[in-house]
Write a protein that binds this ligand. Structure first.
Ligand SMILES: [Zn+2]
Length: 168
């Protein structure tokens, strides 16, 4: 067992020994979803006030609405969420590379077959953080896959201070 696996087992034993929330319903109690980045410095439950069972938290590289589209549809159509909080953050890795860079790394590190497998995959990097928030909120508002009565807002979380700032 790796050290990481051992940590999971030990910490989970501790967690499960005090666990009392086994009765929670499947649909999020507060009917909203948070879309944020996978960045290790973000603790959505603590930083955004999400109690267990209250909301869906969708995470991917850069908090991309396009990348999250499948999960957003499931959240809203099958599990009844009605509001979206989109939270990108300062110091995001998505600000540091281009599609060309990412494709170059795949080819160099993983080989030609891997490069062929991903084809022209868009890694969805961005160069302007606040504009990227506005663009993704725009995408959510425009796509036919998300109902027009869903409330959408866009935020930036500062990894340096722990504070959120509303952009739209
Ligand atoms: Zn990020």
């Amino acid at each position: 067992m790796s050290a990481i696996q051992k940590n999971l087992v030990e910490k989970n034993e501790e967690y499960a020994s005090k666990f009392t929330k086994g009765h929670l319903a499947l649909p999020p109690a507060k009917a909203y979803l948070v879309l944020t980045c996978m960045d290790a410095r973000i603790d959505p439950a603590a930083a955004f006030g999400i109690d267990l069972g209250d909301a869906h938290v969708i995470r991917n590289a850069g908090a991309s609405a396009k990348d999250a589209q499948r999960s957003i549809i499931i959240s809203e159509q099958l599990l009844g969420t009605k509001e979206i909080l989109l939270v990108k953050h300062t110091g995001c890795d998505m600000l540091t590379f281009s599609n060309e860079d990412a494709h170059g790394l795949v080819k160099k590190n993983l080989g030609a077959s891997a490069a062929a497998e991903i084809g022209t995959l868009n890694f969805l990097p961005f160069s302007d953080l606040e504009q990227a928030v506005r663009d993704d909120v725009e995408f959510i508002k425009k796509t036919e896959t998300i109902p027009k009565d869903v409330t959408v807002s866009g935020w930036v979380y500062e990894v340096e201070t722990g504070k959120v700032k509303q952009i739209v």
